[in-house]
Design a protein around this ligand. Structure first.
Ligand SMILES: [Zn+2]
Length: 122
């Protein structure tokens, strides 16, 4: 645990969507869509690929559980799931969350290739 890390020390006023022994889920502070959720391992680790397979599996189980909760609450048409690893991939906090981003038909003009803006038209 890192005392300065916002994911090791989550703001107690934020809604806790669900929690397990190894991870928890909260809404993203800067949501890109309604219901944008973070699945956060309790272990302080900056790189998903440095987590043990057991810890990765626990996160994926939590992702599946959270997807069901978010779907029941917001009824989106689809989801993006993403993990940002390193500054090159726009990781801003050195503790790795999994992003679950609800998507709806027509929510952006051209949804293809949205991660890298210059690659949007193909
Ligand atoms: Zn942390």
């Amino acid at each position: 645990m890192n005392t300065h890390c916002p994911f090791c020390n989550p703001d107690s006023e934020r809604e806790l969507i669900v929690e397990s022994a190894t991870s928890y889920a909260i809404f993203d502070k800067f949501p890109v869509s309604e219901g944008h959720t973070l699945i956060i391992p309790k272990k302080n680790c900056s790189d998903y690929f440095e987590l043990t397979f057991k810890d990765q599996s626990a996160c994926i189980l939590m992702l599946n559980r959270v997807k069901q909760i978010i779907w029941e609450r917001f009824r989106p048409d689809g989801f993006n799931v993403g993990i940002n690893i390193s500054e090159a991939a726009v990781q801003t906090v050195p503790h790795v969350p999994i992003h679950l981003i609800p998507r709806n038909n027509g929510d952006v003009k051209s949804p293809r290739g949205g991660v890298i803006p210059d690659k949007q038209n193909y």
